[in-house]
Design a protein. Structure first.
Length: 366
């Protein structure tokens, strides 16, 4: 089977689609979260997490390689049959929608804490819902072009972070390895969960121009870029704050930048926050788009009805979600731990079943 040529995207666009999905709401609190476990060796945990993500990318690639013109919702039915495959696709749909809701909730909490404490949450939910709906009506190719354009902000994000190096102390990271292998590995779990978004490849694969090796290379480069970026951000906070300070600052990147004052711009933290919101928006778009595509897999005819339905449903759920940090934390822990099933568990199951049944694209269903 040939690829969906009328809907393809370039390898560069695929690169930024994956990168922008991975860089999201978790990047602000990541140094704090990983420091609680791995202490001063958190930057090593980020490297290990990158290796774990790469192994998952290999798994996804091997699965998609057997079905080069099918995305995950189509592969489910091809491998598992109509009914079991439909149930699996429904699980993916609910999972993607759950991640979309979680990112919305976490992002709104941070925005209210740092910039607009007196603005009701429903205002931010409404703004996000409008922007996401407006963009998701477009094709994948248009969305990809938008991601490429806003990726310019990543360069600015890195440049702003570099200002911290005028006040760093490299002694804070020594002795290296003091946290121990066990804690470093536990810390890598925290980083890996903040790097979610690479599983977008499960859907993207059939739309990317190029052969299977070039697609693997594109996904790998995206992972390397995000891994290096996360190592840089974690390392920067580790050498800026003392170990004691890092234990009490939940968003260390913002606290770090808040300490800088220049004549041109007094609040660097708000500039960083503004750029971060763009990355949050792209992550929201991705998971909302995947949810819509999941709904469309149950329909023969494409329309914008699922987009409007999901927009309304999502807004209602977000508006009535209790503003309780403990309930939000439980919801976050549940979904992030469940994510292993969707980027590793199900793809591995699909690959094993397809190998055992010798089923691949071009062969009929049993």
């Amino acid at each position: 089977m040939t690829k969906k040529r009328n809907k393809t995207i370039t390898k560069l666009q695929a690169f930024f689609l994956i990168v922008q999905t991975q860089i999201g709401v978790g990047v602000l609190s990541l140094p704090f979260d990983v420091h609680k476990v791995a202490q001063k060796d958190g930057w090593i945990s980020a490297f290990i997490a990158g290796i774990g993500v790469q192994l998952s990318i290999f798994l996804i690639w091997f699965l998609n390689k057997r079905f080069p013109s099918l995305h995950i919702f189509e592969i489910n039915q091809k491998v598992l049959g109509k009914w079991v495959g439909s149930v699996t696709s429904l699980f993916y749909l609910v999972y993607y929608f759950g991640i979309f809701l979680l990112i919305n909730l976490l992002a709104t909490r941070i925005i209210k804490t740092w910039a607009f404490p007196h603005t009701p949450s429903w205002v931010f939910y409404l703004i996000f819902t409008f922007l996401i709906t407006y963009i998701c009506i477009e094709t994948l190719r248009v969305i990809a072009r938008f991601y490429v354009f806003v990726s310019l902000f990543i360069v600015l994000l890195i440049a702003i972070s570099l200002t911290a190096y005028s006040l760093v102390d490299f002694r804070y990271i020594f002795p290296i390895g003091e946290a121990g292998i066990s804690n470093i590995l536990k810390g890598s779990k925290q980083v890996l969960l903040s790097m979610l978004g690479f599983e977008f490849l499960l859907f993207l694969y059939p739309f990317i121009e190029g052969d299977e090796k070039s697609i693997l290379k594109t996904a790998t480069l995206a992972n390397v870029f995000v891994t290096v970026l996360y190592v840089f951000l974690i390392f920067t906070t580790l050498i800026f704050f003392t170990p004691t300070e890092l234990n009490i600052v939940p968003e260390p990147l913002l606290y770090m930048l808040k300490s800088f004052h220049f004549r041109v711009l007094e609040r660097y933290d708000l500039l960083f926050l503004s750029i971060w919101i763009v990355s949050v928006l792209t992550s929201l778009i991705t998971y909302f788009y995947l949810t819509v595509k999941g709904m469309e897999s149950f329909r023969k005819k494409r329309s914008n009805i699922p987009i409007y339905m999901l927009s309304i449903l999502g807004y209602i759920i977000l508006t009535f979600f209790p503003e309780d940090p403990f309930k939000l934390q439980r919801f976050s822990s549940f979904l992030t731990n469940l994510s292993y099933l969707f980027f590793c568990g199900f793809p591995l199951l699909l690959l094993i079943v397809s190998l055992l049944s010798k089923r691949k694209e071009g062969e009929g269903q049993a």
